[in-house]
Design a protein around this ligand. Structure first.
Ligand code: PMP
Length: 427
């Protein structure tokens, strides 16, 4: 490949030291040296508009979060086995964002650990083994969670206790009733799990179906499937690692777009604005037996600094009205993208909620044939124009756009102008 000498040397050194499992973004990889708000800067000082990095969700290097982390680090950082008010104060604030049925929170360091704990608990509580997930879901990198992450591909084996259902794809599935459509598929898999004596422990879903292709749904789409799940003795685990913490605009949690209350909610990515903090929120009756029969300790999970980071991040979301901002600017972006789509046949569909948007690239609108190549070219072209996004779905033909919750109209306009310019450049 035609990498410049600096990039080539970096890539070779990286392979030598880190081995082959890591991947870099872009055919022309980019190196950043600092960041601020919605921008990243390369070593030459060039500014990149970040419409991708949802971990630092309230903006890169947010001063309130950074100050809270630094201050706590100077005082003390220790684990959950001593009396500390910080963890309880944050637990209280966090629980206030959920329905009253959800009464406990537990802390981990990563989303994978959160889903791992959620699944151990679901299996323990139900006495069943089976898990149902959507066919391109990603739920984590541990042995257990990779085992129910089909998006890892065919060389990453799924557990024998895992069953797949297609995501409710609003672009390709033709049905008058998506709720019944999904429920019928879930029902088949529940029967299969029963036939094999595994039973259903949980249906695990990201309510925005982000790795399946980003499919925001009408209210009520999950309900019929979840009724079947509960009738079968299974739990509903809402994986909010991507769609939680106000990103979907109208609600704090993605599942709240539906008329359902999960048994367990897994949290992660944006929770500490870059500081590793994650966890689960759970109904007390689900945590009960697990807590009695066994115990949970996570060396770094819930540590003093993690709690300070998470508390400060949630304060920023609430004090700066970022959920409302996300809803408002999200609508501007979605309208803008839909307007651009009227001029570009290669865009098959534009969908999203809040500041999580998908733009599906197709070879032609009639056949809806996925166009992975033009999605990839666009991601690379946008990088040349100093705008960061990525792509998702089985064919990687759905552009994944998820800017910081602090994006304003000016940022949205700059994004939309750059996006259309990139579309013209690649077509
Ligand atoms: N669930 C979802 C929906 C995710 O997107 C991810 C991370 N991409 C995870 C779980 C795992 O989180 P982590 O990488 O923090 O372990």
């Amino acid at each position: 490949e035609n990498l410049d000498p600096r990039a080539r040397a970096f890539v070779e050194r990286r392979a030598r030291l880190l081995g082959p499992a890591y991947r870099l973004f872009y055919s022309n990889p980019v190196e950043f040296s600092r960041a601020n708000g919605v921008f990243l800067y390369d070593s030459d000082g060039n500014e990149y508009l970040d419409a991708y990095n949802n971990v630092v969700s309230v903006g890169h290097c947010h001063p309130h979060v950074n100050a809270a982390i630094a201050k706590q680090m100077e005082v003390m950082c220790t684990h959950t086995r001593y009396m500390q008010d910080g963890i309880l104060d944050f637990a209280e604030t966090l629980l206030d964002t959920f329905e009253t049925e959800i009464g406990h929170v537990m802390f981990t360091c990563t989303g994978s650990e959160a889903n791992d704990l959620a699944l151990r608990m679901a299996k323990h509580h139900t006495g069943n083994q089976g898990i149902i997930v959507t066919s391109e879901a990603y739920h984590g990198n541990s042995e257990l969670t990779a085992g129910f992450s089909p998006s890892m591909g065919e060389n990453s084996p799924l557990g024998t206790w895992v069953r797949l259902v297609p995501a409710p794809d609003t672009y390709r599935v033709e049905t008058q009733n998506m709720g019944e459509w999904l429920a019928a598929r879930v029902s088949e898999q529940i029967h299969d799990l029963h036939r094999r004596g595994q039973g259903l422990a949980a249906f695990v879903a990201d309510s925005l179906f982000t790795s399946d292709g980003i499919f925001p749904q009408d209210p009520g789409v999950l309900k019929p499937a979840l009724d079947l799940v509960r009738d079968a003795g299974g739990l509903f685990v809402a994986d909010e690692v991507q769609c939680g913490f106000a990103r979907t605009g109208t609600h704090m949690w993605g599942y709240q777009h539906h008329d359902v209350v999960p048994d367990i909610v897994s949290l992660g990515k944006p929770m500490g604005n870059g500081y590793p903090v994650a966890g689960i929120a759970v109904r007390p009756e689900v945590a009960e037996r697990f807590g009695h029969d066994t115990r949970y300790f996570n060396t770094f999970g819930g540590n003093t600094v993690a709690m300070a980071a998470a508390k400060a991040t949630l304060e920023v979301i609430q004090d700066e009205n970022l959920q409302e901002n996300c809803d408002h600017v999200g609508r501007i972006m979605l309208d803008g993208l839909r307007d651009i789509a009227t001029r570009h046949e290669s865009i098959g569909d534009v969908r999203g909620t809040g500041l999580y948007m998908g733009v599906e690239m197709v070879q032609d609108r009639a056949t809806k044939t996925p166009d992975s190549r033009s999605a990839l070219s666009l991601v690379n072209e946008l990088r040349e124009q100093r705008i960061l996004i990525s792509a998702t779905s089985f064919n990687a033909n759905v552009l994944k756009i998820r800017p910081h919750l602090t994006f304003d109209k000016g940022h949205a306009d700059r994004f939309l102008t750059g996006f259309e310019k990139a579309l013209k450049a690649v077509s």
